[in-house]
Design a protein around this ligand. Sequence first.
Ligand code: ADP
Ligand code: MG
Length: 408
Amino acid sequence: MIEKTSLSIPSEIVRDALSKPTIFKDEGPLSLEWLPTRLPHRENQLRFLAELFRSVIDKPGTTSPKVLITGDIGTGKTVLTQRFGTDIQRTAKTLKLNLAYIQVNCREYRGSLFMILKRVLQTFTPQFPQRGFSSEELLHILLDQLEDKKLHIILTLDEVDSLIKAEGSTSLYNLTRIQEERPGRPVRLSLIIILRELKNLEDLDRSTQSTLQRNIIRLDHYTTPQLENILRERSELAFKEATVPEEVLNFVADMATPGGDARYAIELLWRGGKYADTEGAREVKPDHIRAAANSVYPVLRTEYSQHLNLHEKLILLALARVLERNNATYATMGDVEIAYRMACEEHKETYRAHTQVWKYVQNLNATGILSTQLSTTGFRGKTTLLGISSAPASAIRRWLESTLSVRA
Ligand SMILES: Nc1ncnc2c1ncn2[C@@H]1O[C@H](COP(=O)(O)OP(=O)(O)O)[C@@H](O)[C@H]1O
Ligand SMILES: [Mg+2]
């Protein structure tokens, strides 16, 4: 161990920073993994979920509900199901019912049903053999195990979009149908499927589509007052008393409103708190929140937008929307132009002709805010593809929607 005296003394800056007081009481409630006890503005959906699963508690083994939950990023899909799962499992326990709740994020398993089922099986049988089975065989093994253990599971597949992308229709078809292949035996597997893009359902076969569409819960973007309530509950737990003025909560909620994204709102508030602490301020101020918003993606700074004219902003907004909708890296010039004309209509502007739009695209390309390339495969003929690599499309969209609406 080489430890010179000079190295063993902590740097003054760090030591001083950490010895100063903080306005935080407990940062936990502002972390994204934290599971709140109460979910403001999702109570009805929570109650509805409970009703959909009532038969699992009242008459175990007779039905296996299948529920589809859909909504944009930050609308509370994951947290709603986690809250529901935790609570129904506890309720079952007090009733001495053998019920387990399991939630798996499909993206973490690269959309592979085999990997997902292996993970589920390993919760019961830690030494489950690694190979030699197809996912359909694993599914039968899982049902056999549930029967042996007289156990019912509610399995939530989060971000199922990636499972559909990776494996098409087959996996979800098998999952939703498997129990019908075993007539006369008690049903022990219920499903909650979380899908971000309802459009991805179109990639499934008709019968799976209609099975899933029977029980659907759509989560809308949160409004400003709703975000404010969510933030208030969390900030009371996270910050010391009187350190976050109501005005600041409203400001954060307002900034996150175009997308109604609770995740972004919570992140902004946490980061704003960090800036306040760095300055040694006694409370979070709007400027700390502004700094937090700017620090996330530098291209979203106001200095940038000052150099863009209205139509450049509308083109950029159109591109961000197409990318977000398609969940894609690139969009074709044609699709962007269609979305651009719609954006013009929205803002009561006359749209510019193709050659002018093309010039604006070149300007945007020069500033580095978007990038262009010529298509190779997968597109008919040669077409120009546009992409954004400077920030997530959703952040660009949110930023432009708010700056453009201020102007209107
Ligand atoms: N109604 C709510 N009350 C409290 N926190 C919420 C609520 N909705 C969302 N959140 C929080 O916002 C963040 C994003 O929610 P999440 O469930 O991950 O969204 P999604 O899965 O739809 O992208 C999480 O930290 C979550 O705890
Ligand atoms: Mg989620």
